[in-house]
Design a protein around this ligand. Structure first.
Ligand code: PMP
Length: 419
């Protein structure tokens, strides 16, 4: 758990954009509990509504419907892509379960088994979710169920075809047709992908990528599953869901993390005809828990009422500008990419070989902690720093963050490596 540091950092409490350790040290949180604290720690407006629910009803199980569950499902249905095309929700406790549900649904709806996923993806830690995931270190090989093939992702910084956008004609996307025709029976259950790969290192595809793949997948009988566990609820700026930036209306969306600002929740929402294919007993003891769903509804309302999707785009654009200034200063930074308030900084030993700067990334993590900022680490090679602050951070929070982040880089980079 505490793999970055020799000494564990023990957290005592948190408020808004700040986290405090047991010694009372204050940290500026630019990771938001792994892309989960979407509206700030212990957000007062949200917590007041949750507290009210805690005193009213805490549990009855999915055997009964509850008001918070219904209110959440109604709100979700009103904001899904395609003017509310996805209208039926199933609630669980995690992103992993949300994806399990989505894949079962795709298989039941289509009557097919095979699913196309992307290389460098992360979809969870159950056996099936690991089989969908395509980062070797996150899979426990020899235990994984079959039925999944993995296509090339749009990792433009390290193009799998050695090409450059846009002259590449988005070859990684058109390759999906070949993948389906050569490695599956030709009739697939679906395609699952993150609109921006999260654990993979915030890999942002070109704008045509998902549209090309969607057409091919539908021609082969499959549905589109958008895993919005990291990209949902305004994180990418101006839109509720990441997939909306790519001009695709998916058939199923999965979500978790930021939806309930830290309480456990998983959501699978689908077009009605797809959702109705779910047959059999669908009990989840904690799924749709009144407290989690009340908090989730309060989170969405808070994002809506405070226009945090717009703030994510504007403050995120400001953060992007500042990160690009750091890139000018430190050759260790090979790539800065992201959207909204989701930014990855890929570190390389040099910009020609692009060799992943794994040791330096670990040192940046430690230096950031010394500077009292919280950031994340990711990427298939462990060399991408990830910044995902709460959606209500301000430009002055960004200034404070950048000042400290700059000092962290200065501490790690030898003078010769600075411009
Ligand atoms: N999908 C994505 C895109 C994720 O980032 C994660 C978690 N990192 C999951 C699924 C799994 O979610 P959980 O950890 O809540 O099971």
């Amino acid at each position: 758990m505490f793999h970055y540091f020799a000494e564990p950092l023990i957290i005592d409490h948190a408020k808004n954009q700040f986290v405090y350790d047991i010694d009372g040290n204050e940290y500026l949180d630019f990771f938001g509990g792994i892309v989960t604290v979407s509206v700030g720690h212990c957000n007062e407006t949200v917590t007041a509504k949750t507290r009210e629910q805690l005193e009213k009803l805490q549990h009855v199980s999915t055997v009964f419907a509850t008001e918070p569950q219904l209110q959440l499902a109604k709100k979700v249905a009103s904001i899904t892509p395609g003017g509310g095309a996805l209208r039926k929700s199933f609630l669980t406790n995690s992103g992993t379960e949300a994806n399990e549900t989505a894949i079962l649904l795709a298989r039941m709806y289509t009557g097919s088994n095979e699913v196309v996923a992307l290389r460098h993806s992360y979809h969870g830690r159950s056996a099936m979710a690991m089989a969908v995931t395509a980062q070797s270190s996150w899979r426990i090989h020899d235990t994984l169920p079959g039925g999944f093939v993995h296509s090339h992702n749009a990792y433009c910084y390290r193009c799998p075809f050695g090409l450059t956008y846009p002259t590449c004609d988005v070859r990684c996307a058109s390759d999906v047709k070949d993948l389906i025709q050569t490695t599956t029976c030709g009739k697939i259950a679906g395609f699952i992908a993150e609109p921006i790969q999260g654990v993979g290192g915030f890999i942002v595809p070109p704008k045509e990528y998902f549209k090309i793949i969607t057409d091919v997948v539908r021609q082969h009988g499959g549905v589109i599953i958008s895993d919005e566990v990291q990209t949902g609820w305004g994180r990418t700026g101006n839109k509720w869901f990441g997939i909306e930036h790519w001009d695709v209306v998916p058939d199923i969306i999965t979500a978790a993390k930021g939806l309930a600002n830290g309480l456990p929740i998983g959501l699978t929402v689908a077009k009605p005809e797809v959702a109705d294919a779910m047959k059999g007993v669908t009990l989840s003891t904690f799924g749709g828990n009144p407290v989690s769903t009340a908090q989730a509804k309060a989170v969405i309302d808070f994002i809506d009422e405070n226009q945090l999707m717009i703030n994510a785009a504007e403050t995120g654009g400001y953060l992007q500008g500042k990160l690009l200034e750091l890139k000018e200063k430190y050759p260790l930074i090979g790539d800065v990419r992201g959207m909204g308030l989701m930014w990855g900084i890929e570190l390389v030993e040099d910009r020609v070989s692009k060799k992943p700067a794994v040791a330096e990334t670990a040192r940046i993590m430690a230096a950031a902690r010394d500077e009292r900022i919280l950031i994340g680490k990711g990427g298939t090679f462990g060399n991408v720093v990830r910044c995902t602050p709460p959606l209500n951070v301000t430009k002055s929070d960004v200034d404070q963050f950048i000042e400290r982040f700059d000092r962290a880089f200065a501490a790690v980079c030898e003078p010769a490596l600075r411009r």
